[in-house]
Design a binder for this molecule. Structure first.
Ligand code: CO
Length: 134
């Protein structure tokens, strides 16, 4: 059911420092910081030949990654995003198998303008999974 790794997201306490690390130390191509107020994050996209890394920093009140940074003050891997062909069919199949879909269970438009859903980390080895309809 799942296809390519679309991206891996890393929550970072200092977006400028993290961007500089990826650009200058690791020699990667990085995007300008992009505010995503609907998602409560500012994102920098790191382009790799086979996937992307997203550096996430909280934006505004009640950012979904603030709690994660409170528990992991130096940052850490926040979620992985797998591509699926049909997000509704994938959701229904997962629910039938007892997996918990976060929120109201309806896909939302994610940072790339495509429908996304998140799956409960307790059902997937402690990893928050994002599904994106490719
Ligand atoms: Co993501």
């Amino acid at each position: 059911m799942i296809g390519k790794l679309n991206h891996m997201a890393i929550a970072v306490p200092d977006l400028e420092a993290a961007t500089a690390t990826y650009r200058d130390v690791l020699g990667a191509k990085v995007s300008p910081a992009q505010p995503e107020p609907d998602h409560g994050v500012t994102v920098v996209f790191v382009e790799l030949p086979n996937t992307k890394i997203e550096l996430l920093h909280p934006l505004g009140e009640g950012s979904p990654i603030q709690g994660f940074l409170d528990k992991n003050p130096s940052g850490g891997i926040h979620h992985v995003c797998y591509e699926v062909d049909d997000i509704l069919a994938s959701r229904d199949r997962l629910k039938e198998q007892g997996a918990r879909v976060l929120g109201d269970g309806e896909p939302k438009i994610g940072a790339h303008g495509k429908p996304v859903l998140f799956l409960h980390p307790k059902d997937f080895n402690g990893t928050l999974i994002e599904l994106e309809q490719a």
